[in-house]
Design a protein around this ligand. Structure first.
Ligand code: PMP
Ligand code: G9A
Length: 399
């Protein structure tokens, strides 16, 4: 049966995610995967979660198992409003919204703000899941190159002027400022300040997506763009996926009261509410100090894995390759000689039982053919060196 006539017009925009599709291939036995952005299974605080769940079911079982408000449970939102002060963000409960992962928050942003042909500015490269969440609503995604200090803000302003002069309707700048997915780079302090100035000057919103800021291996914490936002232009989002568990599917948004209220209405028809059970788990995780003990353990593990990956790349990768040296997060970004197309090379890599995500997937302008993203957090320590060795062989064959 042909279903074409049944699909809504917007369905033509829906795109399959390379990362999600790759998960199946890269989980085949024997494959060492640097593809998916998965936390290491040893980074999950299973015992602590067991303790928390026992406590919840004993003391508060009925509440944890009941529907809750669409905005999130009061105690969760109150705790988050306090929690974000450690990032120098001022918020009260009315600025906080609980979501089913930050992926849902991205979808709500698309749903609430994007009409067909509106422009969203993103990094080149940028997080694939955001591209796919936004494109579903039919906007134009325009890329601005990054360097080791994040999005180049001079080029950003130039691009905005150029788009405005053509009459384009720009609405949002989307950015992952800290240990960016996919490139692993950090937006410098100067650039954070410039970005908010640019947003004010050209009357734009900023979507600040911060899953990795607590996974810092070295260097001082930089204040989020939200800190510099005096007008309520920044929609800040952060997730528990990388600091607790992605399986609990919990994140939060900090936005102006008006935007938060609109996002709540947009969410009502999506899921009624974010699971109350996981909100109460996260509430205890923060409130009772589990998080302070646990995050240093994750950081230590991931720092070691990053070091093993960097050392292995130094040892095995051909001289013509370059890569970023992330100070935190989960990914590094490699640039191979121009003649190598990493998408075409992927099947050879899989034959050699190693996987990565080809860089073009993260480029809205179709560039990045010779680049790739490597995740260093999921594989076991000894698999990292072996996987890099295999990958280096595949690259050398192509050269
Ligand atoms: N944004 C970024 C930049 C990410 O890297 C991820 C996950 N890889 C997400 C959003 C989605 O995270 P989640 O839905 O698990 O919170
Ligand atoms: O499994 C996912 O889709 C989340 C990871 C995202 C990523 O690899 O960037």
């Amino acid at each position: 049966m042909g279903y074409g006539k049944f699909y809504a017009k917007r369905a033509v925009h829906f795109r399959a995610s390379e990362i999600r599709e790759l998960l199946a291939i890269s989980q085949k036995p024997g494959v060492i995967s640097f593809a998916g952005g998965l936390p290491n299974p040893k980074a999950f605080p299973i015992e602590e979660i067991r303790e928390i769940i026992n406590k919840i079911l004993t003391e508060d079982g009925a509440k944890a198992l009941q529907y809750g408000p669409t905005s999130g449970l009061m105690e969760f939102r109150r705790e988050i409003a306090k929690f974000v002060s450690r990032f120098s963000i001022k918020a009260d409960i009315n600025n906080v919204l609980a979501t089913v992962g930050s992926q849902q928050a991205l979808d709500i942003v698309g749903r609430l703000f994007l009409d067909e042909n509106d422009v969203v500015i993103v990094g080149l490269p940028t997080y694939l899941g955001a591209i796919n969440a936004f494109v579903a609503y039919g906007p134009k995604l325009v890329g601005v190159p990054l360097d080791e200090n994040g999005i180049n803000v001079d080029l950003l302003e130039k691009k905005i002027k150029e788009l405005k002069s053509k009459g384009e309707k720009i609405k949002i700048i989307y950015t992952v400022p800290t240990f960016q997915n996919p490139a692993g780079v950090e937006l410098s302090e100067d650039r954070r300040k410039r970005m908010i100035e640019i947003a004010e000057k050209y009357d734009l919103l900023v979507v600040e997506d911060e899953p990795y800021s607590m996974l810092r291996f070295e260097g001082k914490m930089l204040k989020p763009i939200k800190h510099y936002d005096e007008e309520g232009r920044v929609i800040y989002m952060a997730t528990f996926s990388k600091i607790l568990s992605p399986g609990i599917r919990l994140a939060y948004v900090i936005a102006s009261e008006e935007i938060a209220r609109k996002m709540i209405i947009a969410k009502q028809s999506m899921d009624l509410c974010t699971p109350t059970f996981t909100q109460i788990i996260a509430y205890h995780y923060i409130k009772n100090g589990y998080i302070e003990k646990h995050i240093p353990k994750i950081i230590e593990m991931y720092r070691r894995k990053r070091d093993i990956m960097l050392e292995s790349m130094e040892k095995y990768f051909p001289e013509e390759c370059k890569w970023t040296k992330p100070r935190g997060g989960m990914f590094l970004w490699a640039e191979l000689p121009k003649k190598i197309n990493t998408k075409e090379m992927f099947d050879e890599a899989i034959k050699e039982k190693v996987a990565y995500v080809h860089g073009r997937a993260f480029h809205v302008d179709g560039s990045g053919e010779n680049t790739m993203r490597l995740n260093f957090t999921n594989p076991a320590d000894d698999a990292i060196e072996e996987g890099i060795k295999r990958l280096a062989e595949v690259i050398k064959k192509r050269l």
